[in-house]
Design a protein around this ligand. Structure first.
Ligand SMILES: C[S@@+](CC[C@H](N)C(=O)[O-])C[C@H]1O[C@@H](n2cnc3c(N)ncnc32)[C@H](O)[C@@H]1O
Length: 506
């Protein structure tokens, strides 16, 4: 019982205290970057590890304030500061971030101020699950303009909200901010600052190993932001570790978009644009893999529930899962039951054309009818999504969304049927093998790879998305590679042979 209470409170308050050795490394990184504060503020100071490391690293600081919601930690941090007896005047305040009068604390601190911290690692959804109120008041979230990074979403990190507040505090004073947080949170906070044209003279992200320091399986970092003078820079240098002196690359904000690699973006941005002739598509969405995906079992099939079933071939198509596309499987080992040719198609005709298939669907109707997604509501029974002419195109160029590389694969028909994909993959439908080979050649070229990698954050759960794929104008890419005439020949249907000859001559 006591253990459960402890775990709950750890979740509720995102209580992962910074280990002293990491706190020390964070402060040395700040020192190396020329940070030299006269005041230090730790808005969620916990036991005081970061505050103490900062006081030891910056002995000329005149004042240091910590705020913390947990009164045991307040007592502990107060005691530790007493023992340290720094030259700076120190104060640990028992308070809630969401109600503390920050302006009066900030105005009592001599600039430049270093705001240092490790805000709670918890999302509002997690807080909702445990019925916690450790959140900003709803009215407070809405009151603050430009919080589009937060209000529009059903799930957000509490630390994101706090870091954005802290960035706002820097707006009218020359100061620095140094926070440990998830890397995704650091990027969202920066995006908010860039979108809203915050004053900002330097931004750096130093990756840290959260598994080692916090036992957490998440990409985490030290985000440092400096405000000096009137600079409004919109870039952030990325360092692989706290030890690094040279950044690995630079992310930033360009043309209303978060960019993963500014250098590559500047080099290849002319390839951006709408595709007049091709449309990226997602694989089939059915939310019922156990029923709709089958493996051959002798003359019959076996579904994901382990049942052996007999079905007509009419609605069955060979399929690849995203992992098979990513790893270049040689031939399909599964089949997908696709009861519709288009999303609006009536499924009742299956009773007549394929009675065994209809019986199979009816036998699993309870599970199919209970699919949660709203997209299945008011649709023909046993509907699926992401289906149209393109699904049945014989040749495709496909990529999986979940892998940390960009490899486009040509997929052709198998056993005289088009191969289909599940909804973790994306593809372009092609009329012929030559067209698919040509498009894959373009998309796997260095310019295309560099173009896409300018936008991809590889630590995202699904790094490759349809909106990423759509950014590249394939015709502009063909032009870049000196193959626009081949591209055109596929569009105006001029003989396939002609296109093939041109490809061979390249
Ligand atoms: C990730 S821990 C970090 C503690 C400390 N900053 C450090 O680096 O060691 C987050 C801290 O935030 C505190 N906290 C959580 N919610 C808070 C709130 N609403 N106001 C103030 N502190 C809060 C927790 O009690 C916890 O000590």
């Amino acid at each position: 019982m006591a253990r459960t209470r402890k775990t709950r409170s750890k979740i509720e308050f995102g209580d992962f205290q910074t280990p002293p050795d990491l706190a020390e490394k964070v402060c040395h990184t700040l020192l190396r970057q020329g940070v030299s504060p006269r005041a230090i503020l730790e808005p969620n100071c916990g036991r005081g590890n970061l505050l103490i490391a900062a006081l030891e690293t910056f002995p000329h600081a005149q004042k240091a304030v910590g705020v913390e919601i947990n009164d045991d930690y307040v007592r502990e941090a107060t005691q530790r500061l007493r023992e340290l007896s720094p030259t700076a005047e120190t104060d640990i305040i028992h308070g809630d971030f969401f109600v503390v009068d920050w302006e009066s604390i900030l105005s009592s601190l001599p600039p430049p101020i270093l705001i240092i911290g490790n805000p709670p690692w918890v999302t509002n959804a997690e807080l909702g699950r445990i019925e916690s109120a450790n959140l900003p008041e709803k009215s407070n979230i809405q009151k603050i303009s430009g919080i589009d990074a937060i209000t529009g979403k059903s799930n957000f990190d509490i630390s994101e909200w706090m870091i954005i507040r802290e960035l706002e505090w820097l707006q009218n004073r020359d100061s620095s901010l140094a926070v440990l947080c998830k890397t995704s949170v650091a990027r969202k906070a920066l995006l908010h600052a860039w979108k809203n044209n915050f004053r900002l003279s330097r931004a750096m992200i130093f990756n840290i190993d959260a598994a080692i320091h916090f036992g957490a399986a998440v990409n985490a970092c030290l985000l440092i932001v400096v405000t000096e003078g009137d600079a409004h820079i919109q870039t952030c240098q990325i360092y692989t570790s706290l030890k690094d002196y040279q950044p690995q690359n630079t992310i930033g904000y360009r043309d209303g978009r978060l960019i993963a690699d500014i250098q590559r973006y500047e080099r290849w941005k002319h390839l951006q644009g709408h595709n007049a002739h091709y449309q990226w598509r997602s694989g089939v969405k059915h939310d019922a893999a156990q029923i709709m995906e089958l493996t051959p079992d002798g003359e019959r099939f076996r579904n994901g529930l382990g049942e052996q079933v007999e079905l007509e071939p009419t609605f069955l198509y060979p399929m690849y899962k995203g992992s098979e596309i990513a790893h270049g499987a040689q031939s399909p080992t599964r089949w997908m039951l696709i009861p519709q040719k288009t999303v609006a198609a009536n499924t009742r005709e299956i009773q007549l054309t394929a009675p065994k298939t209809w019986q199979y669907l009816l036998a699993h109707a309870a599970q199919l009818d209970a699919r949660k997604s709203a997209i299945y509501r008011n649709r023909p029974r046993f509907s699926i999504f992401g289906v149209g002419d393109y699904t049945f195109a014989p040749w495709k160029v496909a990529i999986s969304g979940f892998y940390k590389f960009l490899r486009f694969r040509v997929v052709g028909p198998w056993q005289d049927k088009p191969v289909v994909f599940d909804d973790t993959s994306y593809f372009l439908a092609c009329k012929s093998e030559e067209e698919a080979v040509f498009l894959a050649q373009l998309l796997n070229s260095k310019p295309a790879q560099e173009f896409y990698s300018a936008f991809v954050f590889w630590d995202a759960k699904r790094p490759v998305t349809i909106s990423l794929l759509k950014l590249l104008n394939i015709q502009a890419l063909a032009r870049e590679l000196g193959m626009e005439d081949v591209y055109q020949s596929f569009q105006n249907g001029s003989s396939q042979k002609h296109a093939t000859q041109m490809m061979l001559s390249l």
